[in-house]
Design a protein around this ligand. Sequence first.
Ligand SMILES: *[C@@H]1O[C@H](CO)[C@@H](O)[C@H](O)[C@H]1NC(C)=O
Ligand SMILES: *[C@@H]1O[C@H](CO)[C@@H](O)[C@H](O)[C@H]1NC(C)=O
Ligand SMILES: *[C@@H]1O[C@H](CO)[C@@H](O)[C@H](O)[C@H]1NC(C)=O
Ligand SMILES: *[C@@H]1O[C@H](CO)[C@@H](O)[C@H](O)[C@H]1NC(C)=O
Length: 223
Amino acid sequence: MKTIIYLFLVHYFIISALAETNEITEKNETKLDDENVEIEKPTKLNIKYYYETHCPYCRNFETDHFREIIEKLHDYLDIQTYPYGNVNRLHLPNDTFEYVCQHGPDECYGNKLHACALDLIKNQTAALLFNNCMMDKSQENKGSDDKAADKCASNMGYDSNGIKECALGEKGIELFKYYGEETSKAKIRGVPNIWINGSKYIRSDDVMEDICEYFVNPIPPCE
Ligand SMILES: *[C@@H]1O[C@H](CO)[C@@H](O)[C@H](O)[C@H]1NC(C)=O
Ligand SMILES: *[C@@H]1O[C@H](CO)[C@@H](O)[C@H](O)[C@H]1NC(C)=O
Ligand SMILES: *[C@@H]1O[C@H](CO)[C@@H](O)[C@H](O)[C@H]1NC(C)=O
Ligand SMILES: *[C@@H]1O[C@H](CO)[C@@H](O)[C@H](O)[C@H]1NC(C)=O
């Protein structure tokens, strides 16, 4: 209770201080207000999610559970996603590498689209929702292709061109390698592979409920 009062006071003084400067418009005040509210929230629970774009189990997880988790719990979670999965890195005689994705070259491209979206869409929740949309079971073929990118971007009011250009170019390769290194550091076996607060999550029927149980003081979306 003391903490709440304290934060309320801090909040109040910051807003009064800002009001006095007279320079801040209502819009900017709202923004600062939002940032302040975040401070009052409990420490975020860390979620790491390793996947590859064309794996059917990953697409099921995204469609049936992950979207709801992002939408309802994003304020309480620190979510990191790693679009890479099972890639065979072949060392070629000329000392270069060839990356062979489990479901073929289209999957490598899909993984790059995801990596580029995470890089280019600065609002992280929106980036996660964009990738989730490209993975959705309703997307044709295996999803996470140019068509899915166009569709999801236009639904969300984004332009997909930058993301596609990135995925086709050097930046896409660089990001792909980065996620490859992170995935190999984690020594995961199989995808989807989910870690909650540093421990491997053994999937049950209700992932949302399992995540909620981590919060000792129940958070509103879980009640
Ligand atoms: C908000 O503040 C920034 C500077 O911090 C300013 O550039 C911008 O114009 C302001 N926005 C509005 C809507 O007044
Ligand atoms: C290395 O070899 C591979 C396959 O033999 C070839 O596709 C690639 O272009 C070569 N890379 C360079 C830098 O020569
Ligand atoms: C970020 O994106 C989410 C989902 O689209 C949206 O609800 C939220 O308002 C956005 N945040 C900011 C600061 O724009
Ligand atoms: C996360 O794990 C640490 C120990 O590894 C523990 O102290 C902490 O309470 C955990 N946080 C949550 C929200 O479960």
